[in-house]
Design a protein around this ligand. Sequence first.
Ligand code: M6R
Length: 452
Amino acid sequence: MHADQPDVVVGARRNSPLVIGLGEGENFLGSDVAAFVEYTRHAMEIGQDQLVTIRPDSVEVVDFAGQPVTPTTFEVDWDASAAEKGGWSSFMAKEISEEPEAVAKTIIGRVHDGLVDLPEVTALGPEVLSSIDRVLIIACGTAAYAGLVGKYAIEQWSRIPVDVELAHEFRYREPVLSPNTLVVSISQSGETMDTLMAVKYAREKGARTLSICNTQGATIPRESDAVVYTHAGPEVAVASTKAFVAQITAIYLLGLQLGQVRGTLSPERARGLVAELQAVPDKLSDVLAVGERIKELAHWMADTRSVLFLGRHVGYPVALEGALKLKELAYIHAEGFAAGELKHGPIALIEPGQVVFVIVPSPRDPNSLHAKVVSNIQEIRARGARVIAIAEEGDVAVLPHADEVIRIPLASPFFEPLLAVVPLHIFGMELAAAKGLDVDQPRNLAKSVTVE
Ligand code: M6R
């Protein structure tokens, strides 16, 4: 901006996000559409190495050589009110309350005749879905934990081997990629630099790239061969919550589609799984009712210095997610472990009073993991741990061994993470609030990490 031209703002884009909001008699520059969706839902993409000049009634885009370019415009499908706090105490509280809706909206329009129909994925080419021999999921932070949940499901349903890798580790080790590798990136913002660079690298090396993203017009989907949008709406709080459940939903839809196309899921089995996924939003609404009890627990634990989280199978990434929320929001030491790993080291951390959250698999689980996790609880309790179990309704076996039991509705194993994570999101938020911390903007963190 220049003092002599108060009606003109000039922006340039190189390696950082920039998007234009097109209003009536006003225009906006923002790093993503959430910045201006309150004022306009009409947006314009700006490409790499382009310059934009906005005035109240005009927008001009040129490349760095000064040549005019014709940018793409699009409509943001978020409600104008979605990026406002409304009556909530924080954006995070509001966004947790929107977890059921985030799952429901991510499913809507993608199920026909009881089966998954993702045209975005089919657009990769019908032969691609049947010829890929490996899926590689790349992401960071919470999005990577959603990817880890997805690994269990995609392998189970499609029998394709799946690896999950932190995006910043991926491209510095000369990964083995082929045209039959499907690289799936997951990102709420679509602007995480580590993930973006990993996608570009994978594409250069000939892999197919599919992005799971929550933000329209973001860079990662534009750099990918295909995109499946999550429909969680704008996520403003730095700690990711509703995007996590939407990401799991999207990756489950992908896993189901792969299973359907490759014949590893019978139509009957696929329909059963789709119906279970569709039942998740109502169950999530029930889980939100535990909020008050968790708030009490968090206030009781405001001085706690360390919390451990244990889970198995798809409960393991949930444990990692619970720990990350406590680190970033409440600034306390927290670790998530695969419960089976306890005896290989972490059990040495257990001393009287150590708080341990345990995500307990269903007693109806066909792999009998329930009994193993209950046995883990007995081991840590015998050493003085204070155990808070997240267990399904009617699981009485856990009662004699836990200090607190937080109930979640019945669901088959793959759908438990979507339910079990909500109490942990609430706990992270309430513990931070009990410590008087800023829940929406934790120290040292940014919502979109646009630097490597
Ligand atoms: O926008 P992205 O999903 O790519 O962001 C990835 C991580 O930076 C993000 O999930 C981060 O870990 C959150 N603060 C976790 O709550």
